[in-house]
Design a protein around this ligand. Structure first.
Ligand code: FEO
Length: 392
């Protein structure tokens, strides 16, 4: 697969990672891409690079367009190694290139690569004159790391947004309209939920900073380039970053001998009878990545676990640890579970949810061995109570 010209003189020269299945704890069944963009003007700039094992793939693409020693600037929007990993290799070949980064970007790149590279530090509003076009830099700290910035070309109306607006999907297509909104939307949502959910405040600030920019394309560093659905994806980001919730509950649980699952189903019945949309997800079967995608627009999280060794099930602990890091806002919660000779799971879940800042609105329910008919009725009642709180 060759390069793709976005606009005259601007090329996609990235790499496609068809086989990656876990990206720092995030399941990526569709793979991913590392996007880099080459701008050929009077001066030549490469915006971001690719993960180190893909260096040669990117270099081959650049060489199709221009000799590597013609690169004047290496713009590093973000130091994380999926984007900076090829800098050492390309710097060997583009010896005279200056690296453009934020102050924190420079510090990060020096820590990672221990090289005495020439840097030009930029901040919000600084420009880089390439000849026919001037690039503008905007710092977007915490989207995704403190060093992050985006690069905008007013002449081309393209925002090179790095991690923002990305999706983990490997495809031979480069543009959103070639793949289709229905396929890209859930990937963009999954990416947001698992990568930037906890950075919603900085995301909203970055969105406000981008307001008023004329945009023909948003070119992120993962997935496809937005050119048809720009308005839709910006609107979706506002909705996700503000945790707009539906009348929806998630029952997130694991089960050892089926008792916790029975309780979850009874809770589900109560919610459904009250007209609430429910997703019931066994953590072992579903995995944390997909669950997080469903958390964004759910109002209630109902978490269940059997007791193992006086605590919660390990899969539930894993999920709650991940959830705590991603800090969902505006949710309510309830806790249920089962035990054999000694309890502990529900208490441990309650503590973890409280530490995550989630309000638990009903007393926890826990039953020994197998719940009986009356106990299952109490679970159903819990579902109904949560339903009425969702509707408030
Ligand atoms: Fe795609 Fe924060 O790196």
């Amino acid at each position: 697969m060759g390069t793709v010209e976005l606009k005259k003189g601007i090329y996609w020269v990235g790499a496609i990672d068809w086989n990656i299945r876990i990206f720092h704890g995030y399941d990526t069944p569709e793979g991913t891409t590392y996007n880099a963009y080459l701008i050929v003007d009077d001066k030549v700039a490469l915006i971001d690079t690719v993960k180190a094992p893909f260096s040669e793939e990117m270099l081959e693409r650049v060489k199709e367009i221009i000799p590597l020693d013609k690169i004047d600037y290496l713009i590093s929007n973000h130091v994380e190694m999926d984007h900076s990993g090829s800098l050492p290799r390309i710097k060997e070949l583009a010896k005279n290139a200056t690296i453009i980064a934020t102050k924190r970007g420079e510090a990060g790149l020096k820590r990672y690569y221990k090289k005495d590279w020439p840097f030009q530090i930029v901040k919000t509003g600084d420009t880089l004159d390439l000849g026919k076009r001037k690039l503008v830099f905007v710092e977007v700290p915490m989207v995704h790391w403190p060093d992050s910035m985006v690069t905008y070309s007013p002449t081309d109306k393209i925002l090179f947004s790095n991690d923002a607006f990305g999706q983990h999907i490997a495809t031979s297509k480069r543009f959103d309209d070639e793949v289709g909104w229905d396929i890209i939307y859930p990937e963009a949502l999954t990416y947001f939920a698992n990568i930037v959910m906890h950075l919603s405040g900085p995301v909203l600030k970055a969105l406000d900073a981008a307001k008023g920019l004329e945009l023909d394309m948003i070119a992120p560093c993962h997935g496809v380039i937005w050119r048809k659905n720009i308005e839709n994806i910006v609107k979706a980001y506002y909705s996700w970053a503000t945790f707009e919730a539906k009348e929806k509950a998630l029952i997130i649980y694991d089960t050892m001998w089926g008792s916790t699952e029975k309780m979850g189903k009874a809770i589900l019945e109560g919610l459904v009878e009250e007209g609430i949309e429910v997703k019931m997800m066994n953590i072992t079967q579903t995995g944390r990545t997909v669950i997080m995608k469903e958390v964004i627009d759910a109002k209630a999280l109902i978490v269940g676990s059997p007791t193992l060794n006086n605590g919660m099930y390990p899969t539930v602990a894993d999920l709650l640890c991940y959830l705590k890091g991603l800090r969902p806002q505006g949710k309510i919660a309830a806790v249920f579970g089962s035990y054999g000779w000694g309890g502990g799971a529900t208490k441990a879940i309650t503590e973890e949810l409280k530490a995550t800042g989630i309000e638990i609105t009903e007393p926890e329910i826990t039953y020994q061995f197998l719940p009986d008919k009356e106990e299952l009725e109490k679970c159903k009642e819990l579902g109904k109570k949560i339903a009425s709180q969702i509707k408030k």
